[in-house]
Structures are given as C-alpha cells and as structure tokens.
Design a protein around this ligand. Structure first.
Ligand code: GLV
Ligand code: MN
Ligand code: MN
Length: 413
C-alpha cells in the first residue's frame, strides 16, 4: 500500500472534531488563542496521539511542539510539515489545525503503510501563528528561523499585560514535552505546509488542490495616540485633545490612501482600544492596529511612509507614535517543492491550479531556511477567520494524500 492510499479520511476528520471541542464556541468555531488553557489542551491531545503511535515529541524555548517519526539514516536532516493550533478569538476549526493534523495523518499513513524513509519526517505545531493575542503573528516559526529574537519575544505582552514568557511557562507546565537543547531552530532538509485556502478561488474554479507558489508581504503596526482626558459635558471643542477623534482622522486618511484601483493592497484596522473607556470622559488614549499586505515590498514600504506622513499631519493636538510589530517580505516558494506538489497532485488525479497565498503562514519564515512549499485545499465560500469556516472531509483527505507523497519523496532525497 502506498502512503497516500493509507491516508484515512474518517480518522483525519475525527481528529478535527476532537480538536474543535477545545475552545469550541456556540457558533461552531473555536477560540483557542496562543498559550491559553485551550491551546495547552490541544498540545496535550496531539502529544497523546503521538505517544500512542510510538512517535517522539519535543518542544523548544518558544513552545513549538514537534512530533518525530524516525528515518533509516540517523544522520540525515529531517523533513518537516505542520502549521498552528492557535486560533483567532472567533476562529474556525480548520485554519492552522488542518496543517498540523494533515502532517500528523502523513506520519500515521507512513506508519500504517510500513513505508521506511531515509530521513526522519516530523510534524510541528508552531506557537502563536495568529498574533491575535501576542504580536507578532507567526512568532514560533519566526524565532525558529531567526527572524525574531527569542529574548525579545518572551517579553512581549498581550492586551491585558500578561507576558508571553509567563503564559508559555504555564502552558508548558500544563502540557509538558521534553525540551530541546539550545535556542529554537535546527537544520531542515525541507518544509511543506498544508492549509485551507482561506479564499474563494479553488471553490470558484472547482479545483481540489492549490499548488502554492508564493505568499504576499505583510506588515503590522500599532498606532498609539495620547491626548488628554477631560469632562464630556463641560469641555469646549477648542480645549479638547480627543485621542479617538485623532485616531478617526488618521484611519480615514489611511483608508483613502490605501484604496487602490486594482484592489491588490489589503488594509485592515482590526482592533481599537479607547481609554479610559468611560462614556462621559473625553478619551485621553486610543491605540489601534494596522495590518497591511501586498505582493510588492516596495508598495508596502511606500504605504508605511504614507502612514508616517498622515500621522504627523493628523494627530494634532494629540501626540502619536507608530510601532511596527511585524514586517515580512513577500516569499517565493522553492521550485523543487512547487513542482513536486504539482507532480504528486496530478499523479493522484486531483484537479489543481497554481496560486499565491493572500494569507500569511509559518511557511514564509521557514522558506528562508530550506526548500519550502504549501498545499491548499478549498474552504466553503472562502470564509476564514470566522466561526463558520468549513471544509469538506474529502478535500482535507486529498490534501493529506498529496502531502504524504511529497514528504515521502523529500524524505528519500
Ligand atoms: C494569518 O492568520 C494571517 O493573518 O495571515
Ligand atoms: Mn493559518
Ligand atoms: Mn489565521
């Protein structure tokens, strides 16, 4: 039996059902933000499945969780596959989790089919991909790849002021795994990440597999505006330093500056915090996030400059500061992996198309380390970062079949 033939659609689906209970929401999604008790529970569940199959587990200093199936050559570098188990606050059951479970299914299918590989094949659940709680997102893979410094990330605080290092320590206390020596990061021979598309193209084109060629660049900022608190009933307009009003002027100008004719630039203000948050006090503080994406780094650079100009022009009489919390250049995947994904998809008889990714993924960091690629499967109406996110069991299994065949080839290279 080939390893692709050993992929079990029912098992893969059931694992999604089991994981969706951890942080499950009434609307059928999940709230399993990074390093929360729900994240810890997901880590424990994955580790228990791994131990039951005789795979070894390990973690590193940023909490990335690895599952390893040995190869025949103890000196050969591993091939790695996975994604993330953390979710948005109103997240779906498949974003990230599918990539982890498809990788784990690949390990199980290799085991069930009795396929020996030269290299170890490993699955990974990267820490804090979503970046909804701790900034920046894709943190575990960024630290693994040396894009961000471990020491700096450990000091990052969530919106409530909880330090990442404390949330991580608590998570690893509840979900312990043997700690790898040294700083995160070790040599890899290849990396492949499976993911739901999170957009409508595959469904619209009636294709089962997206052969992912690239990921657009992304930048994220926190804009913090400081004004002055004052009485809502007595303070005339000229005397106000209203931080929310300043934020509104900046936001409006940025929406206008980022409205491009061809609808390529992605601009999102996803979080606004107004302080002190009292109906009858003029806001003395407002901070908001900006998430900006484009296939061209030069365009992102130009719009960052624009942001600085707009903030300088519109903040008065308040003061304002811009913190850039994330900047990842556009990523081109390795022709070796792109071609392998396409070849294996065709050999298995699945319809497919080449496509870039609009969403960010851990693969964008790992691509700087080793030949890397991604496999997309359709999701219903392209809806993601939403509790109603959905995908078909047969499509999830198709992606896992392609994945295990790609990993087998890479692991015998
Ligand atoms: C990942 O969730 C992203 O924001 O692209
Ligand atoms: Mn994801
Ligand atoms: Mn996501």
């Amino acid at each position: 039996m080939s390893a692709a033939g050993a992929v079990r659609e029912d098992r893969l689906w059931q694992r999604h059902v089991d994981m969706a209970k951890l942080g499950g929401t009434p609307r059928g999604g999940v709230n399993r933000q990074a390093l929360s008790p729900e994240d810890a529970a997901a880590r424990n569940l994955l580790a228990s499945w791994a131990r039951a199959r005789g795979f070894s587990i390990s973690t590193d200093a940023i909490g990335n969780l690895f599952v390893r199936r040995e190869g025949s050559d103890p000196k050969a570098l591993p091939v790695l596959s996975g994604s993330h188990m953390d979710s948005q606050p109103t997240g779906g059951r498949f974003d990230g989790m599918y990539g982890v479970l498809a990788a784990f299914e690949a390990l199980e299918a290799l085991e069930d089919a009795g396929v020996k590989t030269k290299r170890p094949v490993m699955a990974v659940a990267w820490t804090n991909e979503e970046g909804s709680r701790f900034q920046p997102g894709a943190m575990g893979s960024a630290v693994f790849a040396g894009h961000n410094k471990l020491e700096e990330m450990l000091l990052v605080k969530d919106w409530k002021g909880v330090a990442l290092k404390d949330a991580l320590a608590e998570t690893l206390k509840v979900a312990p795994a043997p700690m790898r020596d040294g700083k995160p990061g070790f040599p890899l021979d290849g990396y492949v990440e499976a993911h739901i598309e999170q957009g409508p193209r595959l469904e619209n084109e009636r294709k089962t597999i997206g052969v992912v060629t690239a990921i657009q660049g992304s930048r994220r900022y926190i804009v913090e505006i400081v004004g002055e608190e004052a009485h809502a009933g007595t303070t005339p307009r000229a005397a106000r330093k209203d931080a929310f009003a300043a934020a509104l002027r900046i936001a409006q100008a940025m929406y206008e500056a980022t409205t491009d004719k061809d609808d390529t630039l992605r601009f999102t203000i996803g979080r606004v915090d107004v302080g002190p948050g009292s109906p009858n006090t003029v806001p003395g503080k407002t901070s908001f996030t900006i998430d900006m994406r484009h296939p061209s780094d030069a365009m992102l650079e130009a719009h960052e400059k624009k942001l600085h100009e707009i903030v300088a022009a519109k903040a008065a009489p308040c003061s304002a500061a811009i913190e850039r919390v994330m900047a990842v250049a556009p990523t081109d995947f390795a022709p070796l992996v792109i071609d392998l994904v396409r070849t294996k998809t065709n050999a298995l008889g699945f319809s497919n198309m080449d496509m870039p990714s609009g969403a960010g993924h851990d693969a964008m960091h790992i691509a700087r380390l080793c030949p890397t690629g991604m496999i997309f499967v359709p999701c219903e109406r392209g809806i993601s970062h939403n509790e109603i996110e959905n995908a078909a069991p047969a499509d999830l299994a198709a992606g896992a079949r392609v994945l295990v065949d790609v990993l087998t080839d890479l692991a015998n290279r």
